[in-house]
Design a protein around this ligand. Structure first.
Ligand SMILES: [Zn+2]
Length: 277
C-alpha cells in the first residue's frame, strides 16, 4: 500500500507532468471510484476546461487545486496508480477513470483492488467538508507541527502498542506498515511496547527516525518520470534496502540476528529481537 513517500513521489511527478495543463473532460469507467460528486454529469461539467494549478499532499491524499479554486482529490488506497499517457495509448486492464487533457494527453487511474477514490469538490465547498477524514488527520510528519514534545504527549494518552499507534492516521499522517517498522528499528524500540510506556528519550528518537526514514524514502523515489507514476506499495528500490520490513528470518543488517515477525492490530510487524530488545 502506498505510504507518504510513495504518494509524495507521485505528487512531484504530477506537478512535473500536468501543471498548467487544461482538462477537457473525463470518463468514469467504474462509478464507485468517483466518491464525489454523485452525478457524472456534474463531475464532467466541474472538471471540463479547468487547468491544474498545483498538486498538494495531505497524508496519503493528493489534492489538486484547479484554476477556478475547485479541488480534485485522489486517494490511491491499496493498488491505485496514475498513468500519464498519449490519448491513443490502449487502455490498461483495471482502468477506472480517465481525465482527458488538451494536447491529446490523458491521466488514467488504474486500480485492481478498486478501493481507490477520486473526488471533485467545487470552490465554494471546503474539501474537508466532503473528505471528512481530512478533519481528523494528524500532523504531517515532515511538517513543523510534528515535534518530539507533541508526539510524547500523544503517546502518554494511549495504551496501544506503539506500532499500532503509529498506523493511526489521526496520530500522524501518512505512515503505514513499511515505514512504521523501519522507524521503530531505527529507534531501537520493540513494536509491542505500549505507547504510554515510552520514555521522553525514546519518543525523541522515534520522532527523528520517522522523519529520517520518510525523507530517505522520498529521496529514493527519484525525480525523473517518464509516463508511469509508479506506485505498487514499495517506492523505487526501497525494498532492497529495508532494515526489517519484509525480511522475516533474514539476518539483521546491524547485529546478524534473525528478523522476527509478530502480528499487531492485524498487521505484520518486522523487528530485530536484539536491536529492539
Ligand atoms: Zn539487530
Amino acid at each position: 500500500m502506498p505510504e507518504l513517500p510513495e504518494v509524495e513521489t507521485v505528487r512531484r511527478g504530477l506537478n512535473q507532468l500536468t501543471l498548467g495543463r487544461k482538462i477537457t473532460g473525463g470518463e468514469v469507467l467504474l462509478p464507485r471510484t468517483l466518491a464525489h460528486p454523485f452525478s457524472l454529469v456534474e463531475f464532467d461539467r466541474g472538471i471540463a476546461a479547468r487547468a491544474i494549478k498545483c498538486w498538494n499532499r495531505r497524508g496519503k491524499y493528493l489534492l489538486a487545486t484547479l484554476d477556478n479554486g475547485s479541488t480534485l482529490a485522489v486517494h490511491l488506497r491499496m493498488t491505485g496508480q496514475l498513468l500519464w499517457v498519449n490519448a491513443d495509448t490502449p487502455l490498461a486492464p483495471h482502468t477506472r477513470l480517465r481525465f482527458y487533457f488538451e494536447g491529446a494527453k490523458e491521466l488514467r487511474f488504474i486500480d485492481t483492488r478498486t478501493f481507490g477514490k477520486i473526488w471533485w469538490i467545487p470552490a465554494e465547498v471546503a474539501p474537508e467538508r466532503v473528505i471528512t477524514a481530512l478533519q481528523t488527520l494528524g500532523p504531517e510528519p515532515l511538517g513543523h507541527d510534528f515535534t518530539p514534545e507533541a508526539f510524547y504527549s500523544l503517546c502518554r494518552r494511549s495504551r496501544r502498542p506503539i506500532k499500532t499507534f503509529l498506523l493511526d492516521q489521526t496520530v500522524v499522517a501518512g505512515i503505514g506498515n513499511i515505514y512504521a517498522d523501519e522507524a521503530l528499528f531505527k529507534s531501537g524500540i520493540d513494536p509491542r511496547t505500549l505507547a504510554n510506556e515510552l520514555t521522553i528519550a525514546q519518543t525523541k528518537n522515534l520522532t527523528n527516525a520517522i522523519i529520517y526514514v520518510l525523507g530517505e524514502a522520498i529521496d529514493r523515489g527519484g525525480t525523473s518520470f517518464s509516463d508511469f507514476l509508479h506506485v505498487t506499495g514499495m517506492n523505487g528500490n526501497y525494498g532492497a534496502v529495508a532494515w526489517v520490513y519484509g525480511r522475516t528470518g533474514e539476518e539483521c543488517r546491524v547485529c546478524g540476528t534473525a528478523i522476527d515477525r509478530v502480528k499487531l492490530g492485524g498487521r505484520s510487524s518486522h523487528f530485530c529481537p536484539k536491536c529492539q530488545g
